[in-house]
Design a protein around this ligand. Structure first.
Ligand code: ATP
Length: 317
């Protein structure tokens, strides 16, 4: 059984479509990266897992978590899912950790909620901090959030997420607020620790390479749709969708020093602005009239799936 399944999930806010159609499965212990530009619907997709959608949003289609339809859970079941089965790591650790409590109190409280005895909670908290690479654990346990750097505090949040022994970790841009070196370290720790505990991961990022470093598969999102899903290890060789390929070309590391960095032409679109057919048609250099009017279904491409009418055309893929 998959840990998580989105099946033709559509989300509307007011009368604006936000997610046009999202279908994606995460297997037990698997890490899937959800990647795309700002406004493509990554956060809304992740939030729909815990029914944390903005006021006025309506969802259609299906989100199944550990076999249960999330829309059908009563409040008690939803609370249980949020505190035991699924852990979330957000972009800003300072919004997650209570600023006036010590790090030790924050972590032991999470463990006590899981039924760990007072005596064991302190020891377990210290162990978790060591697992996520926090140094001087004894001292850190007595410190308050403002005394820790953003990178260290995000490790504390990851330790708290691991403390619940979740089946699934949802990480929404967990390192965007950190500098590049710290980003890579924190992502590596998250990847390594969730792997050791066999927790699945849905990792949201606008950075393809960062997601590929920690994930097994990558789902590329554009204007409220997943346009391509492929194994992370085959990202460069197997990317077929013109949007994924344009994103790969726009990475600073992929062009020789001194040459011009190419960006994806045009501006990112939201689902409500996208054409009736392929969501990327407006920005795609290869689009035909058919692309503008008929929605492409995902079909096998490389080692994955891509939703593009032009797969196989020599100038496209
Ligand atoms: N509370 C809200 N009310 C109205 N529209 C919203 C709300 N939250 C998000 N949206 C819209 O939904 C769309 C998807 O937003 P979402 O935050 O999921 O994108 P994202 O891919 O996570 O982008 P980012 O990387 O900037 O967080 C955007 O067009 C956004 O403007």
């Amino acid at each position: 059984m998959n840990v998580l399944e989105f099946d033709r999930l559509r989300v509307t806010i007011g009368n604006r479509p936000i997610l046009r159609e999202v279908t994606l499965a995460v297997r037990p212990g698997e890490a899937v990266g959800l990647v795309g530009e700002s406004g493509s619907g990554k956060s809304i997709t992740v939030r729909s897992v815990l029914r944390m959608l903005p006021a006025g949003a309506t969802a259609e289609g299906s989100v199944r978590l550990l076999g249960a339809e999330i829309g059908e859970l009563d409040r008690a079941a939803l609370r249980r899912v949020r505190s035991h089965d699924v852990a979330m790591v957000f972009q800003d650790p300072r919004a997650t950790v209570n600023p006036v409590r010590t790090i030790g109190d924050f972590l032991t409280e999470v463990l006590r909620d899981q039924g760990v005895s007072r005596r064991d909670a302190g020891r377990r908290a210290a162990g978790l901090l060591a697992d996520v690479g926090v140094d001087h654990v004894g001292r850190r346990m007595r410190q308050r959030p403002h005394e820790l750097s953003g990178g260290l505090l995000q490790r504390v949040v990851i330790a708290a997420a691991l403390a619940t022994e979740p089946k699934l970790i949802l990480a929404d841009e967990p390192t965007t607020a950190l500098d590049v070196t710290t980003q890579e370290e924190v992502v590596a720790i998250l990847g390594e620790q969730r792997h050791q505990r066999n927790a699945a991961l849905l990792f949201v990022s606008h950075d393809l390479e960062l997601a590929a470093a920690v994930c097994d598969r990558i789902a590329v999102m554009y204007a409220g749709e997943i346009v391509e899903i492929l194994p992370a290890a085959r990202l460069h060789e197997d990317a077929r969708h013109p949007y994924t390929r344009a994103l790969l070309r726009s990475r600073p590391g992929t062009v020789p020093p001194g040459s011009r960095l190419r960006t994806v032409p045009g501006i990112p679109q939201a689902a409500f602005d996208a054409p009736a057919g392929c969501v990327f048609a407006d920005r795609c250099g290869h689009a035909t009239p058919h692309c503008f009017s008929v929605r492409p279904e995902p079909r096998p491409a490389g080692a994955g799936l891509a939703a593009c009418h032009l797969l196989g055309e020599p100038h496209v893929a």
